[in-house]
Design a protein around this ligand. Sequence first.
Ligand code: IDP
Ligand code: MG
Length: 137
Amino acid sequence: MERTLCIIKPDAVKKNVQGNIIRMISENGFRIIGMRLIKLTSEQAGKFYAIHKERPFFKDLVEFMTSGACIPIALERENAVAEWRKLIGATDPAEAEEGTIRKLFANSKSENAVHGSDSVENGKIEVGFFFPESEII
Ligand code: IDP
Ligand code: MG
């Protein structure tokens, strides 16, 4: 069974739509194998998004991700990485398909409601970032 990491980002938690998103997770065949409520430090957010550290939006991204509570959720299902990316939609909600989580709940390309791992390899690494194997359900 494949794993991927969802993070319900601070914009979505502030809007109080985490329940809607968790319902969509369950209705689309994902199993929740880990879930936390956490306010990231700048160090944690910078480390999680280290791949983007040379990008012009990196500082804003770290500021946004530390601006409120996040809900990291470890997900499992067949083809989890691709299926989760399909359900969340494009990075920019203006380009996201109707019915996707970002189309429904994102504010903008930066404040875009949820994270999704981009490869099977990163899915494993990112789940491990928030959930030690001993805490996986
Ligand atoms: P993804 O979340 O769809 O995988 P990435 O390109 O990996 O998109 O970017 C990571 C996060 O950085 C995005 O989800 C978004 O919050 C932010 N981001 C990406 N591109 C931009 C941009 O052009 N301006 C501002 N923020 C951005
Ligand atoms: Mg990405």
